[in-house]
Unconditional design. Structure first.
Length: 383
């Protein structure tokens, strides 16, 4: 008796929620307004806020790809050539922003090489030239690299703010599409990951990178202060923290996706079976409408996920490309310094290269965390 009452109540709720289905069955009009359902879900879920919360620079890049919001037609029209053009423009911008710094690096190295020719004439005071060369090189390199690290730290903070807008929208769409277990778990896990990531980067990892950079430079300027072991320990600690955090989050995301996916698929099949079997007359029509609505929501969910993935990538890529451009500049500078036997300059260049490499690893790890987690949601929730 209780079971009958529950099923009857469920049937009434479904009929109230989907009145067009019952009407269509009676008048033999089976057309379901898929586009209307899509637009209604888009408005109800506030999906456009995901695009609106992106930085203006990222919106400009997306506009060059003909994407002006969460629009499935615009996303479907994307092709590899457009991405290649945008990526090449980003590389050109990275080089155009830093080519002056590259000229400064080469100029300082040539100046130090000229001064180095006079060391032998100064007798025991040759060390003065080494210290002066290192100080001159640091004056040209420390400020730009420090600003780059500061910019990267701000980008991580901006990405965390963007994720706090995106995660509730995606979790709501997952629940609306019948993925109640996955949606609840995704919200809790991703919000925790975003907050932990922001805390680790702002309070632990980025300060550790700055400390590593400062101690390494002091060690090169003042050979009496041998802090190389401490710098190596900091470098290893940063990489260990990144590796451990990424392993934990990847494992949790995988388990959440697999377990939640199976549970949600079983629940969706049970709902459709109950509607078809126990709702008289309009059971099949209601089941078809249920499938259409969930498919429309999943289509909207995939659009939101694609915008989030591209937005996150375009937030990080400019700074990551600048890191690699700087590493290329420093590598060329190291080759020039080695040719002129400027060992102190070579030491500073190695310090700067290690710092940028470590910082680029931090940025790539944070970007991969958010992108892979979104991609896994789209893959596990595709069924």
């Amino acid at each position: 008796m209780k079971r009958t009452i529950i099923l009857l109540f469920a049937a009434i709720i479904l009929i109230i929620i989907f009145p067009p289905a019952a009407h269509s069955y009676g008048v033999q009009d089976t057309d379901i307004p898929v586009n209307e359902i899509y637009e209604n879900q888009k408005a109800l879920s506030n999906a456009q806020s995901v695009y609106d919360s992106l930085p203006e620079s990222v919106k400009d890049i997306l506009a060059s790809l003909q994407i002006n919001g969460v629009n499935q037609d615009e996303i479907s029209a994307l092709d590899a050539d457009s991405f290649a053009c945008v990526f090449m423009d980003m590389i050109k911008n990275a080089f155009s922003d830093e080519y002056i710094s590259g000229g400064i690096v080469i100029g300082i190295i040539l100046l130090c090489a000229m001064v180095n020719c006079f060391k032998s004439s100064q007798g025991g005071n040759g060390q003065i030239f080494d210290i002066a060369a290192v100080m001159c090189f640091c004056a040209g390199m420390v400020i730009p690299i420090s600003k780059l690290i500061e910019t990267g730290s701000q980008i991580i903070s901006d990405t965390t703010s963007f994720m706090t807008v995106y995660i509730p929208v995606m979790a709501g769409l997952m629940i609306s599409s019948g993925q109640a277990v996955s949606g609840g778990a995704y919200y809790a896990l991703m919000m925790s990951a975003a907050q932990i990531c922001s805390f680790l980067c702002s309070k632990v990892i980025i300060p550790a990178v700055n400390i590593f950079f400062a101690l390494s430079i002091v060690s090169e300027i003042s050979p009496q202060m041998d802090s190389q072991r401490l710098c190596d320990a900091l470098n290893k600690a940063i990489k260990w923290v990144l590796g451990f955090a990424m392993s934990i989050f990847a494992s949790l995301f995988t388990l959440q996706g697999v377990v939640g996916g199976y549970s949600d698929n079983l629940s969706a099949r049970a709902v459709k079976f109950a509607v078809r079997s126990f709702v008289p007359v309009v059971g099949n029509a209601l089941s078809d409408v249920y499938s259409t609505v969930t498919a429309s929501v999943k289509l909207l969910k995939s659009g939101v996920g694609v915008v989030a993935v591209m937005g996150t990538g375009f937030i990080f890529l400019p700074v990551i490309l600048k890191c690699f451009v700087w590493m290329l500049i420093l590598t060329l500078g190291g080759i020039c310094a080695g040719l002129f036997d400027l060992k102190p300059i070579c030491g500073i260049i190695d310090v700067c290269t290690k710092t940028l490499s470590c910082f680029a690893a931090v940025l790539l790890s944070v970007m991969a965390l958010f992108i892979i987690s979104t991609a896994m949601v789209l893959v596990f929730g595709a069924g």
